[in-house]
Design a protein around this ligand. Structure first.
Ligand SMILES: Nc1ncnc2c1ncn2[C@@H]1O[C@H](COP(=O)(O)OP(=O)(O)OP(=O)(O)O)[C@@H](O)[C@H]1O
Ligand SMILES: Nc1nc2c(c(=O)[nH]1)N=C(CO)CN2
Length: 169
């Protein structure tokens, strides 16, 4: 069965509720969910801190439709002026594997896989390690090595684990 690693982020409104609602909507597709981290905004500093988490999910025939419907349900509004601007809910497909467990590689701008910026993002890689310590990001190697590369390592110290928040209710 197909699998995907999904990154979830929220920095507008009730951040915990947006993340929990998304996990609940994924239902039985969710195999495991990471802890929640409070993270400084990446790529556009002038906005509130995010809550981020990562989930391993399975079974969707179309991961892009899946993540778009989760974002719509959270009332996500896109601001074309701000590429990395604030949002109620952002769900990215970080990587996907087909039924034969082979990584899906795609340069389609609608769904680029692996996600082209995932290897640079502490807010993706650190939560991912929580649920899959030996994970590999296709084309980039082990996640535990990536968190030690310069751009990610610099950001790692600013992540705050929110041990009091669980998304699995
Ligand atoms: N791996 C992917 N996961 C999610 N969306 C993707 C992916 N690859 C391409 N896209 C496309 O990117 C478009 C913009 O998505 P979005 O507004 O969530 O980007 P962003 O979150 O601001 O930036 P980033 O993609 O760097 O996280 C979406 O409409 C989607 O079709
Ligand atoms: N900390 C953090 N920063 C971001 C996030 C996110 O989820 N967390 N998502 C973004 C959209 O691509 C842009 N910047």
């Amino acid at each position: 069965m197909s699998r995907a690693v999904l990154s979830l982020g929220s920095n507008l409104g009730d951040r915990v509720d947006h993340l929990r609602t998304a996990i609940r909507a994924l239902g039985d597709a969710v195999l495991v969910v990471s802890g929640v981290y409070e993270t400084p905004p990446w790529g556009d500093a002038d906005q509130p801190h995010y809550l981020n988490a990562v989930a391993l999910a399975h079974g969707s025939a179309n991961w892009l439709d899946t993540v778009r419907s989760l974002e719509s349900a959270a009332g996500r509004v896109r601001d074309p002026e701000r590429r990395f601007g604030p949002r109620t809910l952002d769900v990215d497909v970080i990587a996907a594997w087909n039924d034969a467990d082979e990584p899906v590689i795609s340069d389609d701008p609608e769904l680029t896989l692996p996600h082209p910026r995932a290897h640079l993002r502490a807010f993706v890689l650190r939560p991912w390690l929580d649920i899959q310590p030996y994970a590999q990001l296709p084309g980039h190697g082990f996640v535990y090595d990536l968190v030690r590369t310069a751009p990610v390592l610099d950001d790692l110290g600013a992540l705050r684990a929110c041990d009091d928040i669980s998304l699995e209710t």
